[in-house]
Design a protein around this ligand. Structure first.
Ligand code: HEC
Ligand code: HEC
Ligand code: HEC
Ligand code: HEC
Ligand code: HEC
Length: 478
């Protein structure tokens, strides 16, 4: 009698299809969930689809199955008026019902393992790839993906930056990743994708996995190429000695904001963090100073959003660098992609680039055509004798456009401000505008030697480059 009561549930289970389906659902979802676990525990499953699968779909299926089991038993009992079927003892192999149950459970479990293992293994490794991130949400992330491919981080996977290590990140990425997939599917996403991002924003620790503070420091020479809009597109260069600084000290740009114990907090009045009326600086000696922009009356940040400065407040475009048209054209000219022997090439290119194009298709058709038409009409001789140069330059004007403008996502020139520098956007000057501190006699300085020594500014052949032997054309390609 005891035994019979014990085994009754199994008999009930084996005797009705509803409960059996429940069992299948519970085991399938359970096993799939387990298969997904190792990749997600590594903190490395970037993929929102896996997130949805593991944290929404599978649990739903699991609990549905769990519900079906008692429901089936209940229905079965009701139909049989509480009586057990007369197949007993069920543990007897001679009982066909029991044999069927065992075979059924065995086969489904085996199938689960084989199919589940194969599928999840393939899916996880595919979904972790950069291709997946960049291409699955093709239209939506095309701007980020394109800019990324042209950045120094083009070999760093999206997940290395956007998903940090640890449980905290793991949960964050699942929730916001799942939401992203839903919003892409339902086309709820805003265009352009707003920046700065709230979720999945890389943390300082993320960057420091590769760029540990001890590693960078000192000064670094940088050459900026500029061209004018005259007939010859005159080439000038600025040479700056950037005071990178850092290490673990207080010198230079990094040391000033990120040295041990140093903390800079700021309040911003717009979403893109371009307007910063209030700054608080805590130095290495623990003293705190407040700096307020011209016209800002309140003492504290009031109800403005306050942030503690980290790498991304300056390096907000480490891998999605969209250029302004001028900078893109300068780069193409310096690289020889646009032919400087074509009269007014810079001016013409810029005019064409800054016109509006409603779709990528329009830009691909119209930009090269307009460029060619200009020379055909205004410089027939150039067009006749240098057709190949005009045509290849025309293609490269389009390339400048395609790197930074994405009509479908409403990403136009300058949609994503760059905070590093001060010539294209306010950047450093968002704070470095000589604003005074409320106590003590100091400012956030704009003195031109604060951040870089200007070794040459817009010179045709800076002496410093000649001294360093950097003035000769590169051997490659010449
Ligand atoms: C070197 C680190 C790094 C890598 C690698 C990286 N990102 Fe980003 N990404 C960032 C930072 C930093 C931001 C801007 C954060 C901010 O200002 O809030 C950002 C912003 C974004 C945004 C928000 C829109 C925008 O442009 O501000 C999207 C979408 C995005 N990244 C997608 C990707 C994709 C897709 C990949 C891989 C193809 C990728 N990211 C690779 C660092 C990275
Ligand atoms: C997985 C490793 C990795 C991570 C994570 C990473 N980077 Fe990088 N970063 C690189 C590599 C590799 C380069 C290229 C170095 C080179 O070209 O010499 C680079 C280059 C850079 C440069 C120099 C670009 C230049 O013009 O020379 C900056 C600035 C930079 N990273 C900032 C960041 C920031 C900010 C983050 C965090 C959002 C970050 N990186 C995250 C590996 C990484
Ligand atoms: C106050 C703004 C600011 C902050 C904060 C900041 N950086 Fe920088 N960083 C700069 C500037 C400016 C440069 C020089 C850019 C140039 O050469 O044009 C630079 C250069 C770099 C370089 C290239 C160094 C080299 O020698 O070429 C790396 C790598 C880098 N930063 C990483 C980081 C990381 C990681 C963090 C966070 C721990 C960080 N930065 C925080 C402004 C900042
Ligand atoms: C959020 C505000 C803010 C931004 C943005 C900012 N800084 Fe600063 N910076 C400060 C504050 C505050 C100080 C400390 C001023 C003081 O010592 O009184 C400072 C100090 C410095 C110093 C040291 C100055 C000295 O005389 O010792 C350098 C160098 C510097 N910043 C470079 C930069 C560069 C380069 C950028 C842009 C890439 C930048 N800063 C962006 C707030 C900012
Ligand atoms: C708070 C720091 C800071 C101060 C102060 C500062 N600069 Fe700069 N400047 C930078 C940074 C950072 C860059 C490099 C931007 C980049 O990497 O693209 C830069 C770039 C430049 C460039 C080259 C830009 C280009 O695209 O051709 C020039 C020229 C320049 N600065 C001139 C000046 C002059 C003139 C002053 C004085 C009014 C000044 N800077 C003050 C941080 C500063």
């Amino acid at each position: 009698m005891k035994l019979k009561e014990w085994l009754a549930p199994i008999v009930y289970l084996a005797s009705n299809w509803i409960s059996l389906i429940g069992v299948v659902l519970v085991t399938t979802s359970g096993i799939l969930w387990l298969f997904l676990l190792p990749s997600t525990l590594r903190g490395h499953s970037p993929d929102p689809y896996i997130g949805i699968l593991q944290f929404m779909v599978l649990p739903a299926v699991f609990f549905l199955g769990l519900g079906l089991i008692p429901a089936g038993v209940w229905l079965f009992k009701k139909r049989n008026k509480g009586k057990l079927p007369d197949v007993f003892p069920p543990l007897d192999f001679s009982n066909p019902r029991f044999r069927r149950l065992l075979a059924f459970l065995g086969a489904t479990t085996l199938a689960n393992f084989i199919i589940g293992g194969q599928l999840t293994y393939k899916a996880v490794s595919y979904m972790e790839s950069v291709n997946f991130c960049g291409q699955t949400c093709h239209v939506v992330m095309k701007p980020e993906f394109t800019a990324y491919q042209n950045s120094p981080h083009s070999r760093v996977e999206c997940v290395s930056c956007h998903i940090g290590p640890g449980a905290n990140w793991f949960v964050k990425s699942k929730i916001s990743g799942s939401w992203q997939v839903i919003s892409v599917t339902l086309k709820l996403y805003p265009r352009p994708i707003p920046t700065p991002i709230e979720n999945l924003r890389p943390a300082r620790e993320t960057c420091e996995v590769c760029h540990w503070p001890q590693k960078f420091g000192g000064d670094r020479i940088r050459v900026f190429n500029n061209f004018s809009d005259d007939e010859k597109s005159k080439w000038t260069k600025s040479v700056l000695l950037m005071h990178i600084g850092g290490g673990n000290g207080y010198e230079g740009i990094h040391g000033a904001h990120m040295g041990p114990g140093v903390k800079v907090r700021y309040a911003h009045s717009d979403k893109q963090r371009q307007k910063i009326p209030w700054v608080e600086y805590t130095g290495k000696d623990g003293q705190t100073f407040t700096f307020k922009a011209d016209g800002y009356k309140a003492d504290g940040p009031g109800n403005l959003d306050v942030r503690t400065m980290d790498c991304m407040d300056c390096h907000n475009r480490p891998s999605h660098t969209y250029e302004l048209a001028e900078r893109g054209v300068n780069r193409a000219l310096a690289a020889g992609d646009l032919d400087r022997d074509l009269p007014y090439v810079r001016k013409v290119a810029l005019e064409i680039l800054k016109a509006k194009y409603a779709t990528t298709e329009d830009s691909e058709r119209d930009i090269p055509a307009k460029f060619k038409a200009y020379y055909e009409k205004n410089y027939p001789q150039v067009w006749a004798s240098r057709k190949a140069a005009v045509e290849s330059s025309a293609r490269n004007v389009l390339a400048v456009f395609s790197r930074s403008v994405f009509p479908e996502m409403n990403v136009q020139w300058g949609a994503y401000p760059v905070n590093l520098g001060h010539t294209d956007f306010d950047g450093c000057f968002r704070c470095h505008d000589e604003r005074p501190s409320t106590k003590g006699n100091r400012t956030i300085p704009q003195d031109c030697d604060t951040c870089h020594k200007t070794l040459a500014q817009d010179e045709e052949s800076p002496k410093v480059l000649a001294d360093l032997g950097l003035d000769k054309p590169r051997a490659v390609g010449h």
